[in-house]
Design a protein around this ligand. Structure first.
Ligand SMILES: [Cu+2]
Length: 480
């Protein structure tokens, strides 16, 4: 394949990122009505950071839980919020915000704003109260809700509008990308019990430059941790669901023989923990994923990973192993639109993602964490598709797979000399190749429209030129 190709493709990626930056500058949130409800300022709040100035007023609100039209809701108390159902709370950027919650119906409730790591205690019994105080240090529109399972869905949700409501946080949203080099080697030895701790965490992270998204993760990164065991091992799984989660979560390992691959016994509410164990009977490379309805939604938000069950005797050594997974992200805004993006169920059901990503985000394995190796070395890629929906035509531009462990079957004879390999949704492949020529090799799904929706990874290969295998000058490049 011509070496001009990577340069050309790089141009497309750069152009796409520029587009993101342009669009990010002119996004607004429409449909945000003005709000009357802020009560007069009160005394200085405990927990404030001492940065108050005249334009940095504090904000206090009181909400009461209630049943309204058969739905569970928050109702405003006092000031302009009096009687409003799930009132919109308007504050200024930097305000210290205090929300008092009164239990009006006697059931168990709380108030939670995960974007500000703010969660009240759970209160029960009529007229019991609780309070949260936090600094609204990010402009944007953020949900507040009751985190008791089912209550948000039953209607207990409103919005906090900070400043103009225009999100400025996207550029600063933390990375949720797991580098492709983040995987353990096997500690050799006889069969043993492997303890695996998974924590399901929902967090706002960077989806692309200038764009953020609320991801759902195993252990805070996408994909989840690479799990490496040997056939015959017993795996003892503990699944903990973060207290600030809005959802129940679970885990289904395709390496498990048993109900739901574990999902039948790990449906776990926020703040809860479940356990199960299984024996790894079949060697192979397997996907695991959250299996809480809507399963496709949980997977699309980032809840997948790989578990390797090494065959007897282990895998042959290579110089580099990489861990890469493909997924789809269904945002309400179009690809490249800036700001905080919300999930689109309509697009998910139509199977029309805006983003295709390796390891959770656009640019994850290009600008952020390119893979590196040297001429003369051997490379193994554990490649999986979380999906939830698209099949990958996995290909490395400029290379040929010496061996493909098709369908991630590690006990069959591998295919040899393969250009592109099909990896199904919820499936995996293991590929190996040696490096003969320096340059930038690009991991893609050869359904190449997806490249222009964020799907690319770089393998940067350093070392001496090898004119016998490849001779030529890369245009616009001083060469290697
Ligand atoms: Cu989940």
């Amino acid at each position: 394949m011509s070496m001009n190709r990577p340069t050309y493709l790089y141009g497309i990626i750069v152009a796409s990122l520029l587009l993101v930056a342009l669009v990010a500058g002119c996004q607004g949130i429409s449909g945000v009505p003005a709000v009357l409800g802020q009560q007069p300022e009160a005394a200085h709040q405990p927990g404030s950071e001492g940065t108050n100035s005249s334009e940095n007023a504090e904000a206090q609100f009181t909400l009461k839980t209630a049943i309204s039209d058969g739905k569970m809701v928050f109702v405003g108390v006092g000031g302009g919020l009096e009687g409003l159902v799930n009132p919109e709370l308007q504050v200024q950027d930097g305000d210290v915000v205090q929300i008092t919650l009164i239990n009006g119906d006697g059931a168990l409730h709380d108030i939670t704003l995960p974007d500000f790591q703010a969660a009240s205690e759970q209160i029960t019994g009529k007229e019991s109260t609780t309070q949260i105080t936090f600094t609204a240090g990010i402009e944007g529109v953020f949900p507040y809700f009751c985190s008791v399972p089912g209550h948000r869905q039953a209607g207990m949700e409103g919005r906090l509008v900070v400043g103009t409501g225009n999100p400025t946080a996207a550029a600063e949203a933390p990375s949720i990308v797991r580098p492709a080099t983040d995987l353990p080697g096997l500690t050799a030895g006889p069969s043993t019990t492997v303890h695996l701790d998974l924590e399901t965490v929902e967090l706002e992270g960077k989806l692309a430059d200038g764009t953020s998204y609320t991801f759902w993760t195993f252990n805070g990164k996408i994909p989840g941790p690479f799990v490496r065991v040997r056939v015959g091992d017993r795996v003892a799984v503990t699944l903990k669901n973060d207290i600030l989660s809005t959802q129940n979560h679970s885990v289904d390992f395709h390496a498990v023989t048993g109900p739901g691959g574990g999902a039948a016994v790990t449906q776990t509410g926020p703040g809860q923990e479940t356990r199960f164990s299984f024996q790894a009977l079949n060697p192979g490379l397997y996907v695991y994923h959250c299996a809480t309805p809507s399963v496709a939604h949980h997977i699309a938000n980032g809840m997948y990973g790989l578990i390797l069950v090494e065959p007897e005797g282990g895998l042959p050594p290579v110089d580099h192993e990489f861990y890469v997974m493909q997924g789809e992200i269904y945002t309400q805004g179009a690809y490249g639109e800036g700001g905080k993006q919300e999930f689109s169920r309509e697009k998910m059901m139509a199977e029309t993602p805006e983003y295709f990503v390796f390891n959770g985000a656009a640019g994850s394995l290009t600008e952020e964490h390119p893979m590196k190796a040297r001429v003369g070395e051997t490379v193994r890629i554990f490649f999986g598709v979380g999906g939830p929906n698209a099949v990958s035509s996995f290909h490395v531009i400029g290379e040929i797979f010496d061996r493909v462990y098709d369908q991630a079957s590690l006990t069959s004879t591998p295919l040899t000399n393969v250009q592109t390999t099909l990896v199904p949704a919820g499936g995996a492949a293991m590929v190996e190749f040696s490096l003969d020529v320096p340059g930038r090799y690009i991991l893609v799904d050869h359904a190449l429209s997806r490249l222009e929706r964020g799907l690319a990874g770089y393998l940067m290969v350093d070392g001496p030129d090898n004119p016998q295998v490849f001779e030529g000058t890369i245009q616009g490049d001083s060469g290697h």
